[in-house]
Design a protein around this ligand. Structure first.
Ligand code: CAA
Length: 241
């Protein structure tokens, strides 16, 4: 049996591609999802990957959910913190609720998940934590003060934990995808996407979820043991940091 990999938001979008790529690479994969039962059931039917439903913004739900996964599959050795949401609005129109929802899911969700696997990884002296941040956490994006703040926070979280995990054999890295062809990006108004966003991407196209998934597979591997605290930026040359 391969190592157990847990992918949050792992049945849709970039997470779906990550779950499949890890499975193809020999991992025992568990994918979490927050709400879409129908999509999760179809995903399990198509891939054979088990799905678990909980809200990553709820600490106790993460604790209970991870315990269930570990009971069924074994200790989580690879954690991919991928679950994320957008609540885009120009700042003067952004509500406190839109701010909170995004921070709670995209930033606090990483704490809630990682905190509940960290002790086990330390005890076993091995772990891979891979945090999906965003180009918009690096450069900021108008209409996304909440998302940009959370995703920038994910990078700081990664860098701090990389230092703490180093002696315990745990690597912690961030991936900052650019604009990837998923439902999240396709939900952007077509005019905004075609006239304002795609022209800012020098390669002239959206990225594919599989391009992010391959980066995850590398960071999860034994070969990536000297990568920790790094930020990989598959973004079509949109931004360099
Ligand atoms: N920079 C500066 N000003 C901008 C701007 C920009 N990039 N974009 C819009 N504005 C200005 C507009 O010119 C306009 O100004 P005026 O009122 O003076 O004319 C004002 O802001 C309002 O713009 P909109 O008409 O677009 O406002 P809206 O309320 O209809 O829409 C929005 C706001 C929903 C944020 C929309 O602009 C939008 O969808 N923007 C894209 C945001 C984005 O990139 N989201 C990424 C989602 S995908 C993702 O997050 C994945 C990932 O990690 C990359």
């Amino acid at each position: 049996m391969g190592r157990v990999a847990l992918v949050t938001g792992g049945s849709r979008g970039i997470g779906e591609a990550i779950s499949k790529a890890l499975k193809d690479d020999g991992y025992e994969v568990a994918a979490t999802y927050a709400g879409n039962d129908e999509k999760a059931a179809a995903f399990t039917k198509a891939t054979g990957i088990k799905t678990y439903k909980w809200d990553v913004s709820d600490y106790e739900a993460c604790k209970a959910g991870i315990a269930e996964v570990e009971e069924e599959l074994g200790p989580v050795e690879v954690l991919v913190n991928n679950a994320g949401i957008t609540r885009d609005a120009m700042f003067h129109r952004m509500t406190p609720e839109q701010w909170r929802e995004v921070i709670d899911t995209n930033l606090t969700g990483m704490f809630n998940m990682t905190h509940n696997v960290w002790g086990g990884m330390r005890d076993r002296k091995f772990g891979r934590v891979i945090n999906i941040s965003s180009v918009n956490g690096q450069k900021g994006q108008a209409g996304q003060a909440n998302y940009s703040a959370a995703k920038a926070g994910d990078i700081g979280f990664t860098r701090a934990l990389a230092q703490e995990g180093a002696r315990a054999g745990i690597t912690v890295n961030a991936i900052c995808p650019g604009y990837i062809a998923t439902e999240m990006v396709k939900a952007i108004d077509e005019k905004v996407l075609n006239e304002r966003i795609i022209p800012q991407i020098p390669v002239g196209r959206l990225g594919e979820p599989e391009e992010i998934a391959r980066t995850v597979v590398f960071l999860a591997s034994d070969d990536a043991g000297f990568f920790s605290g790094s930020t990989l930026s598959p973004n079509g040359a949109q931004f360099f940091s």
